[in-house]
Design a protein around this ligand. Structure first.
Ligand code: ADP
Ligand code: ADP
Length: 226
């Protein structure tokens, strides 16, 4: 678990686009925050700055009061799940799940235990020996989730992770993501342009418009205003 402090953060891209404008959000331990808003409103940019994947033009992002950009990438206790899954095509599902742990020199027995545990939680045990191309979209998405949870990170970042799935699977996976996040107590930031998805998942919603916060609050506060 971790708290996240986004403090007066702005992003100005080369060429002068102000993609994110003076954003302040204090995220509590174990909280599930959803960033919602139309395409181009700055959601991905803000998420990538939290991940340390994008330079921050102004302001700071801290995790448990440590400034993200001052933490070595390998030491950042963050796992990200992308829309395109970003699985390694030449590796088996098992190796995809184990990869991050191997890189961190986790002992083999510990890797085996953690992969087995993640595979059980996500019900992907039957596919551990397959390559990603032999899986359905929904199964690949589970593997991507598995890769995030085996590390037991303090923070999950999700960038439209369900956008490539059909409507029915989206609803199922949505519930599972929330269940896993609660079970693990992991603090989460989730980007979507889907209002219904935002409402069902969020402890608190951040509605972005033109790079700035338009509204922030619980789903009830944001969507049931008179
Ligand atoms: P999304 O809306 O799902 O974030 P985009 O099409 O906006 O997808 O962005 C896809 C990728 O292209 C991102 O990595 C983003 O940083 C990059 N990108 C988006 N807009 C621009 C731009 N105007 N100039 C250069 N790169 C861009
Ligand atoms: P969203 O995720 O809400 O779709 P983005 O964060 O991808 O929004 O983009 C916010 C704004 O920043 C858009 O105007 C987009 O074109 C611009 N942008 C995104 N990435 C880049 C980039 N690498 N270079 C220049 N402009 C970018």
């Amino acid at each position: 678990m971790a708290s996240i402090q986004i403090d007066q953060v702005s992003k100005i891209y080369d060429g002068g686009v102000r993609a994110v404008k003076s954003i302040d959000i204090d995220i509590a331990d174990g909280e599930f925050i959803v960033l919602v808003g139309p395409s181009g409103c700055g959601k991905s940019t803000l998420l990538r700055m939290v991940a340390g994947l994008e330079t921050i033009s102004e302001g700071t992002v801290s995790i448990d009061d440590r400034i993200v950009n001052q933490i070595e990438p390998a030491d950042r206790d963050i796992a990200m799940v992308f829309q395109n899954y970003a699985l390694y095509p030449h590796m088996t599902v098992y190796d995809n799940l184990a990869y991050g742990l191997k890189n961190r020199k986790t002992p083999k027995a510990e890797i085996e235990t953690r992969v087995a545990e993640a595979a059980r939680m996500l019900e992907i045990e039957p596919y551990l020996k397959r390559k990603p191309r032999a899986l359905s979209g929904g199964q690949r998405q589970r593997v991507a989730m598995g890769r995030a949870i085996v590390r037991k990170p303090a923070v999950f970042l999700f960038d439209e992770p369900l956008s490539n799935l059909d409507a029915k699977l989206r609803v199922t996976m949505r519930g599972e993501i929330r269940k896993l996040q609660r079970r693990l107590g992991t603090t989460a930031i989730y980007v979507t342009h889907d209002q219904l998805e935002a409402m069902t998942l969020a402890d608190r919603l951040v509605v972005l418009n033109g790079g700035a916060i338009e509204q922030i609050g619980t789903p009830l506060e944001v969507y049931h205003r008179p």
